[in-house]
Design a protein around this ligand. Structure first.
Ligand SMILES: [Zn+2]
Length: 347
């Protein structure tokens, strides 16, 4: 049986064990925990025994090849202003958008109708956890300003997202740090599901989904990490990635209405999460913030962050047949431990 909590959001978990005989002949029961994300309904597994598997985390990785090669990087200046694409005049009177040190331009390899890249600043390689929070805040605000312009010209492009692939291990094509801004009329899988889930939850319970999720977690306390301004940081109950952390802004659905201070507080938390990931000898991660920019949207803002396997020749990838073919993330440590380890970075 699953252990479950009362209320409209069920935090379900179940412990099972695999009985084996160890190579030395000793009988052993290897524990596995199965959890179900109250938001997505998707299950994940905590496979405790696999924490001992080598996954390339014995030491913090050296800088990648090309860490000093600024001359051939299209995101370094001055070549940024010659080698990156320009915004169409309908979207912007200037070919690129600038905010502080951040420069935004269209993605040369777009993912959707509106796809942009926003470079943080002139620093070509930035080790995880060492960026200035201001560089992140300015880059996010630059993305939000771009998404506002998109919304003003195309009211149907309501599915907005800001994402980051930090380093090639996380899917980044260039090591020069940058964010991606996305807007489309057609939702990707996660925003499509989350929009419907948040609307159905509101219709049934008259309350907001992530506000209730946070209220549960604040009562439980075991996965809370800390706050930066209005943002609440916590370890995901049923992670779909290693050391997955969420930042929730309960009650807020619009990414375009965030204040400058809210962006600065978000950036401060992201740098703290990076420092935490660095302490685990990880240098690459993914980040994502989604919004459905419609007046009747019930989907509140949530930023997700998770680490990826360090990039190294013949290092094991973090997605095995279990994730890709069976569809359950198999992580190694419980989220309560993630929160306990992360808390010291939120003094
Ligand atoms: Zn560069």
């Amino acid at each position: 049986m699953y252990q479950t909590t009362e209320g409209p959001l069920a935090f379900q978990k179940r412990s099972i064990s695999a009985e084996i005989i160890e190579p030395d002949g000793t009988p052993a029961a290897k524990p596995v925990e199965i959890r179900i994300d109250p938001v997505s309904g998707r299950s994940c597994r905590i496979t405790f025994a696999r924490a001992k598997e080598a996954a390339g985390e014995a030491a913090f990785p050296p800088p990648p090849p090309g860490a000093a090669d600024t001359a051939s990087c299209p995101f370094c200046r001055p070549q940024l202003f010659e080698h990156t694409p320009k915004l169409v005049p309908d979207l912007s009177p200037t070919p690129r958008l600038e905010y502080g040190e951040s420069v935004l331009f269209p993605n040369l390899f777009p993912y959707g109708r509106y796809s942009a890249v926003s470079v943080f600043d002139h620093r070509h390689f930035v080790e995880i956890g060492t960026a200035s929070p201001d560089s992140y805040a300015d880059c996010f605000i630059n993305c939000a300003n771009y998404l506002k312009r998109v919304q003003e010209t195309d009211h149907q492009a309501v599915y907005l997202a800001i994402t980051q692939n930090h380093l090639p291990s996380a899917g980044g094509s260039l090591i020069h740090p940058h964010l991606q801004a996305h807007a489309d009329r057609i939702p990707a899988n996660f925003p499509r599901f989350l929009e419907q889930r948040a609307a159905a939850y509101y219709q049934k319970n008259g309350r907001r989904l992530f506000a209730d999720y946070l209220a549960h977690e604040q009562a439980d306390k075991t996965r809370l990490i800390g706050r930066t301004g209005d943002w609440h940081w916590l370890a995901a109950f049923a992670p779909e990635g290693f050391y997955e952390i969420w930042a929730l802004l309960p009650g807020t659905v619009s990414l375009l209405e965030l204040s400058e201070n809210q962006w600065r507080d978000l950036a401060a938390g992201i740098i703290r999460a990076q420092k935490f990931y660095r302490s685990l000898n990880h240098n690459g991660y993914n980040l994502g913030l989604l919004a459905v920019e419609r007046e009747d949207s019930r989907l509140e803002l949530r930023l997700r962050m998770l680490v990826r396997s360090n990039f190294d020749q013949w290092t094991r990838n973090d997605h095995t047949g279990f994730e890709v073919m069976l569809g359950d993330m198999a992580t190694f440590i419980p989220p309560e431990q993630t929160a306990a380890l992360a808390r010291k970075f939120w003094p």
